[in-house]
Design a protein around this ligand. Structure first.
Ligand code: SF4
Length: 145
């Protein structure tokens, strides 16, 4: 399946970033809009309240928090295998009826965290900080790996 969005929303801070430009060059005929500073998320939520419209809306933004999160299944009752997840993408253009994503995420649009270099750098720093432990890092919590 080839995914082609109907519209692309862009956070002002990533407007000129490498991956934003790469995505925009792939979808040259797709309507795009840089969201107003501060009001962007609200506008995006209103625009994508409809599931089908949301799936066809691609949001390009930065993710500055710590990108590698420890596995959501972790608890003190289990032996941790050092599994982490990073989420470059949130949501999926498909609608498999059995998929937890349809109910798990509270927004309908697809999001791509385009500050990939920063996310990779922070993840590498985390791995380097524990040189004697093997890491497993997955990418499929908020999207399909
Ligand atoms: S994440 Fe995977 S299972 Fe879920 S809707 Fe997308 S393709 Fe289907």
């Amino acid at each position: 399946m080839k995914y082609i969005p109907d519209q692309i929303f862009i956070e002002p801070e990533v407007e000129t970033s490498f991956y934003t430009q790469k995505v925009l060059s792939k979808f040259q005929d797709v309507q795009r809009r840089v969201l107003p500073q501060g009001d962007g998320l609200k506008l995006l939520e209103e625009t994508t309240r409809n599931l089908f419209k949301g799936k066809k809306t691609l949001f390009l933004k930065a993710f500055h928090a710590e990108p590698a999160k420890i596995c959501p299944g972790y608890s003190d009752q289990v032996l941790c295998c050092n599994y982490y997840v990073i989420n470059l993408i949130e949501n999926c253009p498909l609608e498999c009826s059995y998929c937890i994503l349809q109910a798990y995420l509270n927004k309908t649009n697809l999001t791509f965290h385009v500050n990939v270099e920063e996310i990779m750098r922070k993840t590498a720093e985390l791995v380097k900080s524990q040189p004697n432990r093997p890491f497993r890092i997955g990418t499929g919590e908020h999207s399909d790996s």
